[in-house]
Design a protein around this ligand. Structure first.
Ligand SMILES: C[S@@+](CC[C@H](N)C(=O)[O-])C[C@H]1O[C@@H](n2cnc3c(N)ncnc32)[C@H](O)[C@@H]1O
Length: 294
């Protein structure tokens, strides 16, 4: 089951009122969305996007009681402004991005996100996307593989793992998650509880979905759709994501944005105990000023 992260803090800082129009750029299973819809009742509207069409199907069921107040669209939040315009969301009071993957991605072996169970080495949120994790592992150069494992996974054995992958694929291409996880386990044995493939899998997921590129493209567009006084909340799970968000907010501070929380908000110890996935979450919130972007 996916438990929404930093739910209370996020909804509180979005500062919602009855009948507000809101956009959830990463609706997932609709956990945050349901509370947003409660807060904006009776007539507030929600435009909800997700890059994974399966999440849209589940969110539709989970949010069914809100009926016509919700518009669900399968697309990346990088195209949020276009959908806001098309759907008549012209005075948007709040936008939420709760980045990364959902527990359903890791729980379903067929999606290829997990090294714990065997599945195709896929890792695409959007099945119509062209690049798979297997394409990266089977075709990218040793140097490029070492770079992404280091930069996006912070993997200290990045070069050793990249070399082993390139040697192994000469014999047989990587097809499944276990093909890759087992090779990594052999060359960098397990120490402690964390599986040695954790960081490489994280790097492959980020690159397969161009997660940082999507975020960078989305931020200026999101600011444009917010009405003056409207708020944007972003929950990140990776230091590089948080760095992009923080740098953008700082650059726009006192031009188009006011920073609401000077210090990043993190989950309480109690939340981490109940939902260990929340431990790396960071929440930043800004408010739209009247000014224009440079
Ligand atoms: C952490 S989950 C969101 C959980 C949600 N807040 C909830 O309460 O159920 C992140 C979601 O973002 C989606 N996602 C990832 N990148 C995206 C993108 N660029 N555009 C839209 N959705 C994206 C994933 O498919 C996943 O469903």
């Amino acid at each position: 089951m996916h438990i929404p992260v930093l739910l209370k803090e996020t909804v509180e800082l979005l500062n919602l009122y009855s009948n507000d129009s809101v956009i959830d750029g990463t609706v997932g299973l609709g956990g945050h969305a349901a509370v947003i819809l409660e807060k904006t009742s009776p007539d507030g509207r929600l435009l909800a996007l997700d890059r994974d069409p399966r999440q849209i199907v589940t969110a539709k069921k989970n949010l069914a009681k809100f009926d016509k107040r919700v518009v669900l669209i399968h697309d990346s939040f990088a195209n949020l402004a276009k959908h806001a315009y098309d759907q008549g969301f012209t005075t948007v009071a709040a936008v939420l991005l709760d980045l990364g993957f959902s527990s359903v991605h890791v729980d379903d072996p067929a999606r290829g996100f997990s090294f714990q169970s065997e599945g195709p080495l896929d890792m695409k949120y959007d099945p119509t996307g062209e690049l798979t994790a297997a394409d990266i592992v089977n075709t990218w150069s040793e140097t490029e593989l070492a770079r992404i494992f280091l930069v996006y996974g912070d993997e200290k054995n990045s070069r050793k793992i990249a070399r082993a992958i390139v040697e192994a694929r000469e014999e047989k291409k990587f097809v499944t998650t276990t093909d890759l996880a087992q090779l990594i386990e052999v060359i960098t044995p397990r120490c402690g509880k964390v599986h040695p493939a954790t960081k490489v899998f994280q790097a492959l997921r980020i690159v397969t979905n161009d997660e940082l590129g999507e975020l960078e493209r989305a931020l200026p567009e999101i600011v444009e759709v917010l009405k003056p006084g409207g708020r944007l909340a972003i929950i990140t799970f990776h230091s590089l994501e948080d760095r992009i968000v923080k740098a953008f907010f700082r650059k726009q501070e006192n031009k188009t944005l006011k920073i609401i929380n000077k210090h990043v908000i993190v989950p309480s110890e109690e939340e981490i105990k109940v939902n260990p996935r929340s431990r790396s979450a960071k929440l930043r919130v800004v408010e739209r000023l009247v000014g224009t972007r440079d």
